[in-house]
Design a protein around this ligand. Structure first.
Ligand SMILES: *Cc1c(COP(=O)(O)O)cnc(C)c1O
Ligand SMILES: [Zn+2]
Length: 457
C-alpha cells in the first residue's frame, strides 16, 4: 500500500486530510488506505482546515447544526452528517451510508443523581441507536468513505474488523445497507448472544476465533495488509471523526453549554480520544467557551490506561486483559493509547477503575432508577461514584456519563445478576419473577407479600 501525498487541492471547499499525531510532516488524502504514519508508525488523525471553517462565525455553525438536527433533509438529519463540514467533507451525498445516527437522548438521571448527591447528573444514551451502541457514529463515516472510493473505481473487495461485539455489529449493518462485503473477527465465546447474532443476521462473514480481542486484532491487521482489505478498526481515524460528534451533540443539547465533567468507559480508547477531539474542535472555533474535564473508566481486569495514569503517564505497558463482565472493553493493548493520553492531558483528565462487583452493582442501582445499562456503562457509573466519594467530582458539578451500549444487548449478564449467579459479584439488588398458579387469592397474596418485603429496610 503506497501512500500518495496530496498534490492538488480537492474540490470541496472544506478541506480535511490525515496527518501524523506525533507531528511528522506530510498530509494524506482521506481516500488513501493508510492508518499509520509511514515515517514514525504512530496513528494518523484527521485534520480540518480551520481557517476555512473560521470564515463562518461560531453562531453560524451552531445555528446550522441546530436546524439540521433530526430533520428530513438527507443526509443532514443524521447528527454525524449534519456536521459534515467538520467531520468528513469528502463524501458525496449519494455515497453516504447512514441510518440517521445520533440524536440520542441526553437523559437527566435525576433520581440516581439525588442518591449520590449530584443534582446535575446526565446520561448520554448512545446505545439508543440502530445497532445499539455508539459504534454507529463512527461506522457511518468509514463505510460511506469506502462507498465513495468504490464509486471512484478503487478496488476494495471487503471491509474487515476485529471486535468485542459492537464494532462488528455496526460494520455488518452499514455494509449490508451499502451492499459491501463485511468480514468480522470475533473472540469465541467472548461476546453476548445479541452481539453475535447481529453480524450473522446481516450476512457478514463471521469468524469465531479461539483467542481474545487482542489476538483477533493482530490477525485482522495482517489479513488486511496482505489482501488489500479495508480495515474498520478505530486505528482508522475516520471512525474517530464520526464518534467525535458525541461531544458536539452533547453541547448542542445543553444549548452549547459545556458540562464540568464527562465520564466515559475506555477499552481500545478510540472513543475517549474522539470525545476530546470534538470538544477541542468546537473550542478552537469559538463555538464553546470552556472545556470539560474528562474521566476515563476502565475495568480493573483490563486496566492498562489506569496503571499508566498512576505513573503520571510516564510509561505505558500493555497488560494481558482478564475476563470481565464488561466484555467490550476487555482489551489489554489499546490501539489508541497515545491519542487517549494526549486527550487526558489536554483535558485535565483522570482515570478510575471498577471491579466486577462495583460495575455490576452500579448497573443494578442505576437500573432501579429507570436506566437500563450495559456493563460498560456500569464501569463508568462505578467510577463516577468513586470520584464523587473522593471529592474529585463536586456536588455542584454538571456531569455527563457516556452510556456506550443499550442494556438490551446484555441480557445474560442481567439475568445472572438477578439470579445471584455472577461469581464474585454480591447481587445486592436482586429481583426475580414470582411463580404463582392462576388463582386469584394466591396472586393477590403474592403481590402484597412482595410489596411488603420490598418496603422493609
Ligand atoms: C467499543 C465499546 C467501548 C469502548 O470504546 P473504545 O473506543 O474501544 O475505548 C465501550 N463500551 C461499549 C459498549 C463498546 O462497544
Ligand atoms: Zn509520524
Amino acid at each position: 500500500m503506497q501512500a500518495r501525498e496530496i498534490q492538488a487541492v480537492p474540490p470541496d471547499p472544506y478541506r480535511a486530510w490525515f496527518e501524523c499525531i506525533a507531528g511528522c510532516p506530510g498530509r494524506y488524502s482521506l481516500k488513501e488506505i493508510i492508518y499509520a504514519c509511514p515515517k514514525c508508525g504512530n496513528l494518523l488523525e484527521v485534520r480540518h482546515d480551520l481557517d476555512l471553517l473560521r470564515k463562518k462565525s461560531p453562531a453560524y455553525w451552531k445555528d446550522l447544526f441546530d436546524r439540521r438536527l433530526m430533520g428530513n433533509h438527507w443526509p443532514y438529519g443524521s447528527s454525524v452528517w449534519g456536521k459534515r463540514e467538520m467531520v468528513c467533507p469528502d463524501v458525496e451525498d449519494a455515497n453516504v451510508v447512514s441510518t440517521l445516527e445520533g440524536g440520542s437522548n441526553l437523559f437527566w438521571a435525576e433520581r440516581l443523581g439525588k442518591e449520590i448527591g449530584l443534582p446535575e447528573l446526565w446520561v448520554k444514551l448512545c446505545g439508543n441507536s440502530h445497532t445499539g451502541s455508539f459504534k454507529d457514529l463512527g461506522m457511518t463515516v468509514l463505510v460511506s468513505m469506502v462507498r465513495q472510493m468504490i464509486s471512484e473505481g478503487v478496488e476494495i473487495p471487503a471491509v474487515a474488523c476485529a471486535s468485542t461485539g459492537d464494532t462488528s455489529a455496526a460494520l455488518a449493518a452499514y455494509c449490508a445497507v451499502a451492499d459491501i462485503r463485511a468480514v468480522v473477527f470475533l473472540p469465541r465465546n467472548k461476546v453476548s448472544t445479541a452481539q453475535l447474532i447481529q453480524p450473522i443476521a446481516h450476512g457478514a462473514v463471521t469468524l469465531a476465533i479461539d483467542t481474545d480481542f487482542d489476538g483477533c486484532m493482530e490477525l485482522v491487521r495482517e489479513f488486511c495488509t496482505r489482501h488489500n482489505i479495508y480495515l474498520a478498526n478505530s486505528m482508522n481515524s475516520l471512525r474517530v471523526e464520526g464518534q467525535k460528534t458525541v461531544s458536539m451533540e452533547l453541547a448542542q443539547q445543553f444549548d452549547w453549554q459545556v458540562p464540568d465533567w464527562v465520564v466515559i468507559p475506555g477499552g481500545n480508547l478510540g472513543n475517549v480520544s474522539a470525545l476530546g477531539k470534538g470538544f477541542k474542535l468546537m473550542h478552537d472555533l469559538g463555538m464553546i467557551s470552556k472545556l470539560p474535564r474528562i474521566a476515563c473508566a476502565q475495568a480493573e481486569r483490563a486496566n492498562p490506561l489506569y496503571l499508566s495514569y498512576l505513573k503520571g503517564f510516564d510509561e505505558f505497558e500493555p497488560v494481558q486483559a482478564q475476563p470481565t463482565l464488561a466484555s467490550a472493553i476487555q482489551i489489554g493493548n489499546p490501539v489508541s493509547i497515545e491519542k487517549a493520553i494526549r486527550t487526558l492531558q489536554y483535558f485535565g483528565g483522570v482515570v478510575e477503575q471498577a471491579s466486577e462487583d462495583e460495575l455490576a452493582d452500579a448497573v443494578a442501582r442505576a437500573d432501579r432508577t429507570g436506566l437500563f445499562n450495559c456493563p460498560h456503562t456500569g464501569v463508568a457509573l462505578a467510577a463516577l461514584f468513586k470520584l464523587v466519594d473522593q471529592g474529585v467530582i463536586k456536588a455542584h458539578d454538571r456531569v455527563v456519563v457516556i452510556s456506550t451500549a443499550n442494556g438490551l444487548k446484555f441480557p445474560e449478564f442481567k439475568i445472572k445478576y438477578h439470579e445471584g449467579n455472577l461469581g464474585e459479584v454480591a447481587s445486592r439488588h436482586p429481583n426475580t419473577p414470582i411463580d404463582v398458579p392462576a388463582d386469584y387469592d394466591k396472586v393477590r397474596d403474592a403481590v402484597f407479600r412482595a410489596i411488603e418485603e420490598s418496603s422493609c429496610p
